[in-house]
Design a protein around this ligand. Structure first.
Ligand code: K1U
Ligand code: ZN
Length: 167
């Protein structure tokens, strides 16, 4: 297993659109294992392959308190959505920044598991938010893209200052 470096916003590689996985092989299974290890170590409740500079449609999620309920979703697609919720979000690629984002309250997501079986998950609350946040990453979108231009400018300035301090 390996810990993978996480890209930091506004790295342009976070804007890349991930390609669908055509064959679930040992390389994809290793990627999912390494992403899970990276997410648990961060710590985070989700991670998209885009964030570790791999532009394939793979996400990992674990919103459980015990950290024992790993979900690996390959080629996830939203089949249905309804309602609206506003939730405070963070992102491992945008450290130290949290803000409210409007998302669907309920989503139905179809995906492949690591055995290549088609599965469906019905989610609401934090799981629905996390699924939408990670699926946005696969489309090259970071949660700050949902915020106003003014907030985005302030966030970029804050992160640039943090980077100068830690350099
Ligand atoms: O995509 C990511 O960078 C992961 C991100 C997922 C997420 C958080 C909040 C709302 C939507 C999506 C994170 O995990 S940020 C860290 C975090 O929220 C957290 C970390 C440890 C324990 C509990 C939460
Ligand atoms: Zn994120």
């Amino acid at each position: 297993m390996a810990l993978l470096p996480i890209l930091r916003f506004p790295d342009p590689r976070l804007k890349k659109i991930a390609s669908p996985v055509e064959k679930i092989d040992d390389g994809i299974r290793r990627l999912a294992r390494d992403m899970a290890e990276t997410m648990y170590e961060a710590p985070g409740i989700g991670l998209a392959a885009t964030q570790v500079d791999v532009h394939r449609q793979v996400i990992v999620i674990d919103i459980s308190e015990a950290r024992d309920s790993l979900l690996v979703l390959v080629n996830p697609a939203i089949a249905a959505r309804d309602g609206v919720q506003v939730c405070e979000e963070g992102c491992l690629s945008v450290p130290g920044i949290y803000d409210k984002v409007e998302r669907a309250e309920h989503v139905t997501v179809r995906y492949l598991d690591l055995e290549g079986e088609m599965r469906t998950i019905d989610a609401d609350g934090l799981l629905a938010v996390c699924l939408q946040h990670e699926m946005d990453h696969l489309q090259g979108k970071v949660f700050v893209d949902h915020l106003s231009q003014l907030k985005q400018t302030r966030i970029k300035a804050k992160l640039a200052k943090q980077a100068r301090i830690t350099a």
